[in-house]
Design a protein around this ligand. Structure first.
Ligand code: PLP
Length: 436
């Protein structure tokens, strides 16, 4: 028997090589076995994992997708496209409001405000509604400050609907109302606003109401159509609300953005509607502070009590220093609002001219800051394909309008542009649209 010591140099090298090879083989083996496990996981397991993980996906969330508007903003950023999709201004907010916010933080208004809103802000809201519309509100029992109109709408619907209740929605509609109602388990009844004037048909509206109708959602001035509901429309809606014992939940976020002499009338001011209306609004659009997330809900004390409960456990409250600045904003003189409408009116006209020049057939809005355009002349199969082309090849982002309809086919030849942008942004978009 040969001892290890008697091995020659070559044998030692051979042994090392063999050992190394063995290690390498073992490593390779481990590597392949690991890869096989990963492959097994990724090839076999995805459905398995997907199935297992479905256990954690609630039924209420599987009925809607992410927001198309906000998705367009992300795509615009990826492709460096001019973002005419999501409705936020790219110009500065008024200096006076920004200073008030800075001061509030410096003055250490940095802790929770009262859940339903800081007193100075609720008082300013009450004073503004009295001054502008003659609506008397009790700031202690009828105003709830929340995190934007988004939360205001969600909290209101959750507070007043039960699963199976019906909610009437005009379409095209602001896309949040879809998930808002679905999350409440409410059934939706859609009623068309038809171009070119975006008027609704009274019989169609009447047929949408039943003894199960808990609420109608009314957005005026309307996003996305720019329609401003007129007194006779509102009177008819109010009569149905009373006949069917229904609430009007009104999104009035564009109340001060009006053109061509259009007038905003809160349905709350109509006879019989004071206690049948939940009015939702926010600072976002009027004061160009969409990122502040400060809004409010006005409703009679019994409704406010339920809304406040939902609000309290959803968010506790809106940012305290920004509510302080909100008190300053809502105390601004009426000229601020007159100027706001004039300024947006000029941007609207510039945008209409630009879209017209690029070959779009536009529907002229009377309020809000969006334009719906017909794209049928461009020969694309649908609005998604056109929106993709617009972002990727032209460098302009807009919102495919199918996302505003229950049946996407209804919006498949429409697209929405917003014009709450600096003139230089609009000019840049105009240059790029020449490529169409
Ligand atoms: N309601 C409408 C009709 C809107 O267009 C928007 C934003 O685009 C919102 C609500 C969101 O409002 P907020 O920023 O106050 O949550």
């Amino acid at each position: 028997m040969r001892s290890t010591a008697s091995f020659g140099r070559g044998s030692v090298v051979g042994a090392i090589r063999n050992a190394t090879l063995a290690c390498v083989n073992l490593g390779v083996l481990r590597y392949y076995s690991r890869m096989a496990t990963i492959a097994e996981k990724s090839l076999l397991a995805p459905p398995d994992i997907a199935n297992r993980r479905a256990r954690f996906r609630s039924q209420r969330t599987s009925r809607f997708t992410e927001s198309v508007i906000r998705e367009m903003t992300r795509l615009a950023a990826d492709h460096k496209a001019v973002n005419l999709a999501q409705g936020f201004p790219d110009f500065p907010a008024p200096e006076i409001i920004k200073n008030a916010a800075r001061e509030a933080i410096t003055d250490d208004i940095n802790q929770y405000a009262i859940t339903w809103g800081a007193k100075p802000f609720r008082d300013a809201i009450a004073a503004k509604y009295k001054r502008t519309y003659g609506i008397e509100l009790d700031p202690e029992r009828e105003i709830t400050v929340c995190c934007g109109a988004t939360e205001g709408m969600m909290a209101s619907l959750m507070a007043v609907t039960n699963p199976g209740d019906e909610v009437v929605i005009f379409e095209p509609y602001y896309e949040n109302y879809g998930p808002d109602t679905l999350l409440c388990g409410a059934e939706r009844k859609f009623v068309k606003l038809r171009p070119p004037n975006w008027k609704f048909d009274r019989d169609e509206l009447r047929k949408a109401f039943s003894s199960r109708t808990k609420a109608i959602i009314l957005c005026s001035p309307n996003n996305p159509t720019g329609y401003v509901f007129e007194r006779e429309d509102l009177e008819y809606i109010a009569s149905l609300c009373q006949e069917f014992d229904t609430l009007a939940i009104c999104d009035e976020i564009y109340e001060h953005i009006l053109y061509d002499g259009a007038q905003h009338i809160p349905i709350m001011t109509l006879p019989g509607m004071r206690d049948r209306t939940i009015l939702v609004n926010s600072m976002s659009k009027t004061y160009a502070v969409t990122g502040w997330r400060v809004g409010w809900v006005l409703a009679s004390p019994d409704l406010s009590e339920s809304i406040r409960k939902v609000h309290d456990f959803l968010t506790v409250g809106a940012a305290a220093p920004l509510q302080q600045a909100g008190a300053v904003a809502l105390s601004m003189p009426d000229e601020y609002y007159t100027h706001l409408s004039q300024d947006y009116g000029e941007r609207r006209d510039a945008m209409l001219e630009m879209l017209d020049g690029a070959g779009f057939r536009c529907f002229r809005p009377r309020g809000a800051y969006y334009i719906i355009a017909d794209i049928s002349g461009f020969g694309y199969p649908d609005d998604m394909a056109f929106a993709r082309h617009l972002i990727e090849d032209v460098g302009v982002a807009a919102v495919p309008a199918s996302s505003f309809f229950e049946d996407p086919r209804d919006g498949s030849q429409l697209i929405r542009f917003c014009f709450c942008k600096k003139y230089e942004t609009l000019k840049e978009a105009q240059e790029r649209l020449r490529k169409i």
